[in-house]
Design a binder for this molecule. Sequence first.
Ligand SMILES: [Zn+2]
Length: 352
Amino acid sequence: MVRSPSIMISRGRFGSTAAQVLEQARAAGRASRDEIAAASGLSVATVGRATAALVGHGLLRERPDLARTGVTGRPGVPVEIDRDRYLTIGVHIGRRIATVAVGDLTGRVLDSTTVRRPLGAAPDLDRLSRLAAGLLGGRPGQVPLAAGLVAPWRDLGLVPTELEAAWHELTALPVRTGDHISAIAAAEFLHRRHGTRGMTLYLYARDTIGWSVAVDRNGQTDVTRAASLTHFPTGSHVSCPCGRQGCLAATVATLDDTDRARLLGEVAATIRDMLSPDQVVLVGQAFTGVPATLDDVVAAYDAHSALGHVVPVSFTRFGSDIQAISACTVALGPVFDDPIAVVEGQACRRGA
Ligand SMILES: [Zn+2]
């Protein structure tokens, strides 16, 4: 199994005050300064200063139309992430297709386009940057702040730092890269606001199969580990391109829907028994593409787990749009690391 760098989803109290306020607004959807102070542990005065800076830079917007009396008796004007001013660019490079997307600062995908690419060829970044420019051209007045690049790097034989530098050269934006499976886990975590305490195991299955783990430590959350299950031994006699027999991906490819569901359920139970997470989420078109077999997956998972207590298992809500969503989630990284600096850096480049 191969480890990959972690993706930080939520910085919690280790973030700057601006980052903490922005994260609280994102998590709540909309919140007053009092509510942000209570949730973050920051003082109301600190939250007030950070909120003013974020509103001034166009990252948050006030909603006086929704004002209500707060806990201190003062009217609380809620703030929310400004979805209309800034954009992110997310690029997902797969084995056969590449997806370019633009998203807003909540991680929502606004527009995307997917193109075929030759199997085994190096990514055509010039072409992808023209596609990104086309998507941005449809949104005059909105400014891109950061970009994300996601791929199953090792499976494709690509070096993420090289593509990161090249994409930065083409876009002049801060760029963050993410492993395919970790990025999908990050997207799933970001868009699901409840039921993600402690450790969440994500098992992904489509062309590639693997798992990753998100750990929430009192509000600081990152995807700490990811591993490929492509060559996970199943005991079957199916030959794999790696030269061995019984590797999971090669075996799954030979099975009908029901047997595939059963095997994936058993593998999920095995990984769950190894890691002992608080909840399990199954992700990818191998699950979402065949909804009729989801009961078979859960039955095999329950039957195969050697541990006594039940760990809840659920399926992702995302379908074929998961590539665009995961890339736009990774693109949020530079924004939530240092929101004010990202806006000021972009203003400098545009002014130059
Ligand atoms: Zn193999």
